[in-house]
Ligand binder design. Structure first.
Ligand SMILES: *Cc1c(COP(=O)(O)O)cnc(C)c1O
Length: 476
């Protein structure tokens, strides 16, 4: 049952709630610390892989055409536009069905909110101060923020936050708050941090030190300590990942704090921003995960709203301490408000969508969905390994990392995110066993073609996911 001889119908399994294998494998204390031996490489593999850019959109662009003088009479224009939209809708349905690679929960029903489409809802300015613009949704926004502040254990009168446009805006804000608190601070972020973290450092012209990672993708605190020692005279601003983008690794917040303390940094000398864009709302439900809480000396937490929660428009949540925000904000007479956000105008629909889901699912609902995601992720990893395909799944994660498929059409069909020789599936609530089976069957079938005559071999990805997880000829 290994390699290309696998029957393509093999993946039809289902998981029931009593899968005994699951809890045992689920040991958050187990981290691979063992240093890996050099991977044997031939000359060809040493060449760095070229970045494959997406297709040029201009070739399929829908040009804007000017209306004819009599269009209003004939109705031709209306009919043309309706047909374009109908075709587009159809393609969205198809593309939604074959989406696996990006961490977006595409499974939601906001039909009840369709009635709000015709309002220009804008929360510009501070969520807690009503501006003169009255078509806003602050009552929903603050309700959502209160929920998150409670989740991360910060009192109502001690927190500040807002609904952002995305996880990136949360990072830009959190790191900016850190820099305003410590203008001469040095930023530290693991090299597997999201690109928005390094973008923030460039935008704010901050000195930024990249810290090594373990094979799991977690920050390597030994390297962190060594690098802290080199800059002991300057305050530290640290980005802690609650789920890295590629491997879904959760940095050990407690160990990061301990490392700071051991190096002689007091609470008055460091600022921690937690990038929870991916996993910030899933972690609280994972047993024994290092808890994200403002009872620990952290400065801010951000999370994406369109990832695990699911939302038709990108959005996010940013929570920080009220005491910090005073350093950042300016009063703006034109708005009769305070300016402490990155953006000016802010999407007023997004808070209503988040509020709607929080009310419908609640804490319990998310808990169940997280459980389902983790189970399905284990299922995917086990099936990949059973088919002889190298794959890794971190404890505390629903991101399954595996070898990059050989052909870009397959990558595009399933909308897989790739980096070097690896690819991943982020198992969100819309990724069902049925969908995974379909994907697995297609992958196994394709592999039997790609690797048919043995001229092309599955890539060695031991350096990315550890030799015990690799499925190449050497490590299988
Ligand atoms: C997705 C992601 C981001 C950025 O979020 P956007 O909403 O895409 O801007 C930041 N950090 C991590 C770890 C992410 O996975």
């Amino acid at each position: 049952m290994v390699g290309s001889s696998v029957d393509v119908e093999v993946f039809s399994g289902e998981l029931n709630g009593n899968d005994a294998r699951f809890p045992e494998e689920f040991d958050p204390a187990a981290v691979v610390l063992e240093a890996l031996p050099q991977v044997v490489q031939n000359g060809e593999e040493k060449k760095s892989r070229e970045i494959v850019l997406g297709r040029n959109v201009h070739r399929m662009c829908l040009a804007v055409t000017e209306p004819d003088a009599d269009d209003e009479v004939t109705g031709d224009r209306e009919a043309y536009m309706a047909s374009v939209l109908a075709r587009y809708r159809k393609s969205l349905i198809e593309r939604t069905k074959h989406h696996l690679g990006y961490p977006y929960n595409l499974d939601f029903d906001y039909g009840a909110l369709a009635q709000l489409q015709r309002f220009s809802i804008n929360n510009l300015g501070d969520p807690f101060i009503e501006s003169n613009y009255g078509v806003h949704s602050r009552q929903f926004e603050v309700g959502v923020l209160d929920w998150f502040a409670r989740l991360w254990e910060l009192e109502k009168n001690e927190y500040w936050g807002y609904i952002t446009n995305c996880g990136t805006e949360g990072n830009l804000h959190g790191i900016l708050v850190g820099r305003e608190v410590f203008p001469d601070g040095v930023m530290y972020a693991s090299q597997e941090s999201h690109y928005s973290v390094f973008k923030a450092a460039r935008m704010y012209r901050m000195e930024c030190i990249k810290v090594d990672t373990l094979i799991s993708g977690e920050i390597d605190c030994a390297d962190f300590k060594a690098k802290l020692f080199l800059n002991k005279d300057k305050p530290a601003i640290i980005n802690v990942n609650i789920g890295t983008t590629v491997k879904g690794a959760v940095d050990d917040l407690d160990l990061v704090i301990q490392t700071l303390e051991e190096t002689g940094f007091t609470k008055e000398q460091f600022y921690i921003h937690c990038d929870g864009a991916l996993f910030g709302l899933m972690m609280p439900f994972v047993k024994r995960a290092p808890k994200v809480t403002f009872k620990k000396p952290i400065g801010s937490v951000s999370v994406s709203g369109h990832k695990f929660v699911g939302c038709p428009m990108p959005c996010g949540v940013q929570i920080t301490r009220l005491e910090h925000i005073n350093a950042l904000s300016r009063n703006v007479e034109y708005l009769a408000s305070r300016d402490a956000t990155i953006m000016g105008s802010r999407n007023g629909h997004a808070p209503i969508f988040l509020w709607y889901t929080l009310n419908r699912k609640g804490y319990r609902g998310f808990q169940k969905e997280v459980q389902k995601c983790l189970r399905n992720a284990h299922y995917l990893k086990d099936c990949l390994r059973a088919a002889g395909i190298g794959a890794m799944l971190n404890e505390l994660s629903s991101t399954v990392v595996f070898e990059r498929p050989q052909d870009e059409d397959f990558v595009r069909r399933w909308q897989l995110a790739c980096q070097g020789n690896i690819s991943h599936v982020v198992v969100m609530p819309n990724i069902t066993i049925e969908k995974l089976n379909k994907f697995l069957n297609e992958l196994v079938k394709k592999r039997s073609i790609w690797f048919k005559d043995g001229k092309v071999q599955p890539p060695c990805i031991a350096a990315d996911i550890g030799k015990e997880n690799c499925g190449c000829a050497l490590h299988l």
